[in-house]
Design a protein around this ligand. Structure first.
Ligand code: SAM
Length: 394
């Protein structure tokens, strides 16, 4: 079904309620039963929507996901609620009261902006996606604040809005798109649109965007949630808060934000008692030096983002491990050590090593020897392949 309208009728809504918690394993039986009283196409649309809602719970939470409408691409490409809410707060703090959400998808960002009290002009050229955004604004009681327009963003007049947000499509027929000029619309178009925004603008880009591709008048922000890097955002016109060219890493749920201090690369030093694994957003934002300075530490290797220090200093920006052993990389030696120490759980982490963690774990710990747990870091210490054993600092 390529139209949401039948699902929005009283019959469609009743069916959606009925199939809400359908276990995928029982879908066929449920469909057969429902087809006795309802059109087959409507039944499969309701079951498809229930499946999408279940997938969307991870991003939107059960309560919202259970009321929203999705398309398969819409679930995949939407901004998770925690990240969208954080961004909406930033817009709000910049004094923004209306945003043109260009490429609104099913409305992940538009919903968060409206919930922050911001008026939204939400634009998407895909008819089904725009219909889902409209249905979501209605379902969540935000229709007063969100106007959805089905149009090409390159043809929309945004003069009535004091800020612009662009979340270009970064997936094509062949999967993920890495070249920012192949985004739809291309990054250069989005940057030009951002520069015309009277108060502020934000562009969502892939976290892997090369730093050289960030325009000099933008602030780049890398965002992680629960330790996983979710996205990067280029902010324009936010100069009242941070200078152009600024770089920040923001960790959710905090939020905790680390700003660049323009430090040189940290010095390389021998392993100390502690190893710190910086959050992915810190690594992507190239702010390992800022964290190393806070920790009074240095790098194990000039090219690897592990920080080592003699003292333990708690920080939200890195996970601390106490190191108990340092050995040249050798799987047999590791296997013997795990047996000796009655280890039952092994966590393998690596940076700068070609070893496949799962494969190594199967080889060195085919079955648990006891209840102990160990983390092994496979890395290089001053160029040499090394294993560092330890455990997280509680
Ligand atoms: C990454 S998704 C947006 C997700 C959205 N921020 C959310 O949280 O739900 C990108 C959207 O851009 C739309 N799009 C791509 N090119 C467009 C264009 N030129 N005009 C309007 N919409 C466009 C696609 O249809 C897609 O829905």
């Amino acid at each position: 079904m390529n139209d949401l309208a039948p699902l929005l009728t009283p019959e469609g809504r009743a069916l959606l309620d009925e199939v809400r918690d359908t276990d995928p394993a029982h879908e066929l039986a449920v469909a057969t039963r429902l087809r006795r009283d309802h059109p087959a196409e409507l039944v499969s649309a309701a079951l498809g929507q229930a499946r999408l809602r279940q997938r969307a719970v991870a991003k939107f939470g059960a309560e919202d996901a259970g009321r929203m409408f999705f398309t398969p691409n819409g679930v995949e490409q939407s901004t998770r609620a925690s990240v969208a809410a954080y961004r909406a707060r930033r817009f709000r703090e910049l004094g923004v009261t209306s945003v043109a959400d260009l490429c609104c998808g099913i409305g992940g960002d538009a919903i968060a902006l409206a919930r922050a009290g911001i008026r939204v002009l939400a634009v998407d050229r895909d008819p089904l996606t725009a219909a889902a955004a409209r249905a979501n604004a209605d379902a969540l009681g935000l229709a007063e604040l969100i106007e959805v327009r089905e149009a090409d963003v390159t043809e929309v007049d945004t003069a009535g809005c004091d800020a612009v947000f662009v979340d270009p499509a970064r997936r094509g027929g062949r999967g993920r798109i890495f070249d920012p000029e192949a985004y739809s619309p291309p990054l250069s178009w989005a940057v030009a649109a951002a520069r015309t925004a009277p108060r502020a603008a934000a562009l969502k880009v892939a976290p892997g965007i090369p730093h050289e591709a960030v325009p000099a008048d933008a602030e780049a922000e890398w965002i992680s949630d629960g330790g996983d890097v979710k996205e990067a955002v280029l902010w324009f016109g936010a100069g009242r808060e941070a200078p152009s060219g600024a770089v920040r890493a923001t960790l959710l749920p905090g939020p905790r934000t680390l700003l660049s201090r323009g430090l040189p690369d940290p010095a390389v030093r021998p392993p100390g008692r502690y190893l710190y694994e910086p959050d992915g957003a810190v690594v992507r934002a190239h702010l390992v030096a800022e964290v190393a300075q806070e920790l009074g530490g240095g790098l194990l290797d000039a090219t690897i983002a592990y920080v080592t220090a003699d003292e333990h200093r708690p920080t939200p920006y890195a996970t601390a491990y106490e190191i108990t052993d340092r050995l040249p990389f050798n799987a047999k030696r590791l296997k013997a050590l795990l047996r000796e120490r009655r280890v039952g759980t092994l966590t393998v982490k690596k940076r700068g090593s070609a070893v496949e963690p799962e494969e190594l774990r199967r080889k060195v710990l085919p079955k648990p020897h006891g209840t102990g747990s160990v983390t092994v870091f496979l890395t290089r210490v001053a160029g040499a392949p090394t294993m560092l054993l330890g455990h997280p600092v509680r």
